[in-house]
Design a protein around this ligand. Structure first.
Ligand code: GLA
Length: 387
């Protein structure tokens, strides 16, 4: 894809000057879903799929954007003086937001740029194509203009931009995974203080398989923000009876002892998920370190059930993908991954069962939904950077 963006760049903008290339990955989260805005833990990894860019700085304040995934939009021309979010701006709201966020954080972007991007993460699949575009933009700006900013800061700027420019109140997981990914490792991140450690996920006899339901996660924006509010409301009520800063501060016992403080049963279920899921994540990482992949898989299954029943962010298609996976011997665990309401499941499958898994789940899914799923046997890659 690097060659493709470079070729397109030359075609559109000419080949003179210093044209540079960049990459930022998408992510898959193994466990710890909807915990990252509740002070909990997450366990994502960067994919080798992601978004590529070719870029060159300009002398004036013009910005020219082109996406090979949205060729119908052609070259979108705007300027550093027009950094506002609008429906008409489509995908360019993400890079524009990051340029704006750099300014807000005290890193003025001094000049415009020409950029071509291309991604191989299916849009709306819940594998963080938007976070990868945000982090990619950060990497481009840092390199083109020599701005001193760390990978973690790039992740935070991406999140800040998505929250305040695009209006999606996401947590830090996706941008962090895209910026900080490490080949063959997942990132065990405590979202309360951003401490993290890497854990090897190069499994001896098993592979990580993503199944794309091909149902786009369209509700994710509005419903996501509702879930956040419900958790915040539950937290406020719990804080009247127990001294905590986030839901992640509670273990299962403490939650059960105090849950009656949350008056609304729906809010109580949301908080239950946040607390239990955080505890499952801690247990899962411990199990992985002890090489107990079976225990890890069971926790993944429990995560799906909780997202389906207590957090209510799954959808019939993802439930079918998970259920069909659970039936197959050699599947150690399977769950929805990402924000929900469509998108993908992630499964740990014994290596020699991978083909059978794809065949059996794919057939059953198509029979039950009329939709063809797509499968990716994934490799875990590096975080964002210059190519
Ligand atoms: C989306 C958000 C993340 C995270 C997940 C759910 O991907 O962008 O911050 O909250 O949903 O775990």
């Amino acid at each position: 894809m690097k060659e493709q963006v470079l070729k397109k760049f030359t075609e559109l903008y000419g080949g003179d000057g210093d044209i540079r290339t960049y990459f930022a990955p998408g992510r898959v989260n193994l466990i710890g879903e909807h915990t990252d805005y509740n002070g909990g833990h997450v366990f994502p990894c960067a994919l080798t799929m992601g978004t590529y860019a070719a870029a060159r700085k300009r002398e004036d304040r013009v910005l020219r954007f082109y996406s090979m995934n949205f060729e119908e939009n052609g070259v979108v021309k705007t300027s550093l003086d027009d950094l506002v979010c609008s429906d008409a701006a489509g995908w360019t709201n993400y890079p524009k937001g990051v340029i704006w966020a750099f300014g807000e954080k005290g890193y003025q972007v001094p000049a415009g740029m020409d950029i071509v991007i291309a991604g191989d993460i299916p849009n709306g699949s819940g594998l963080s194509s938007s976070a990868s575009l945000e982090v990619l933009t950060g990497v481009v700006l840092r390199d083109l203009f020599g701005i001193e900013v760390s990978q973690v800061e790039l992740a935070l700027i991406g999140q800040f931009s998505e929250n305040n420019f695009n209006g999606m109140n996401c947590g830090i997981m996706d941008q962090f995974a895209s910026a900080m990914g490490k080949k063959d490792h997942a990132i065990f991140l405590n979202t309360a203080d951003l401490t993290y450690e890497y854990a090897s996920v190069k499994l001896e006899h098993a592979r990580i398989v993503i199944a794309n339901s091909n149902v786009k996660h369209s509700l994710v924006g509005s419903e996501y923000n509702v879930r956040r509010q419900q958790c915040e409301s539950a937290l406020k009520q719990l804080q009247k009876v127990v001294s905590i800063e986030t839901l992640g501060d509670l273990d299962v016992e403490a939650f059960e002892a105090h849950k009656a403080a949350v008056a609304d049963p729906v809010e109580q279920k949301r908080a239950k998920h946040a607390v239990y899921e955080n505890q499952r994540t801690l247990q899962a990482v411990k199990a992985l370190k002890e090489n107990d992949i079976e225990a890890f898989g069971k926790l993944m299954n429990a995560s799906h059930v909780s997202l389906r029943d207590d957090y209510e962010v799954s959808c019939p298609e993802m439930d079918i993908l998970a259920e069909e996976a659970w039936k197959i011997p050699g599947v150690l665990g399977s769950r929805m991954t990402g924000g929900g309401f469509g998108g993908c499941t992630v499964s740990i499958v014994e290596s020699e069962q991978v083909d059978a898994f794809i065949e059996t789940v794919g057939t059953a899914y198509e029979e039950r939904t009329g939709i063809k799923a797509e499968f990716y046997v994934v490799d875990i890659g590096q975080g964002a950077g210059v190519l």
